[in-house]
Design a protein around this ligand. Sequence first.
Ligand SMILES: [Mg+2]
Length: 226
Amino acid sequence: MKAEYDAILFDAGGVFLIPDPAVLAPTLAYYGAGSDHSLYVRAHYGAMAAKSRAGGGESDWDDYNRAYVAFAGVPDHEVDAAAFVLQRTRHAHLWRAPLVGSVEALRVLNERNVPIGVVSNASGQIAEILQRSAICQVGDGALASVRCIIDSDVVGVAKPDPKIFEHALPFFEGIDRSRIAYVGDSVTMDVEGSTAAGLIPVLVDPFNDAADLVDCRRISSLLDLL
Ligand SMILES: [Mg+2]
């Protein structure tokens, strides 16, 4: 059977890592949020869909924050206060809690010799965090191996601008971009950006939040790619 994709590029936030519930759950509990960390996985995806539905770009997280705290269990009358604190607590370096299945999926892709890489809207920190959170590193090492980790802050262009993908494609020379998947969790940044770049968009949407927003392939976990 011919593989569906000749190579796969991945977003990092919401694909390998989410904002760390070990920090956010105690912070939001003050406003009535629940403490079960699975609630915070749910909250991330529900909030991403709310952000995409509102058309929010990389700098606009208001809809995300409000939906996130509501999914985490904050009651309506405390949503504004909790979202205010979330905006000031969640920062780039807290996107560090690994999602179940992501490491396993990368390992299997390595075993199958599928070329893989990372393209992330980040703050100059993402390669370091992917290493410390035991997800992957560029080239050979103890973790899953990727060809490149493109950080928007380092290259100076961010999704949804399709030009960010031009920084990754040289690592996949000889592979037609129309055969390269880009796996992300944002409709507005990932699906739209990768489509504009001529790649195949795949949306991580484990709770079916975005069924009405896109007509591309949606997966519930990276394990679905195998
Ligand atoms: Mg993301």
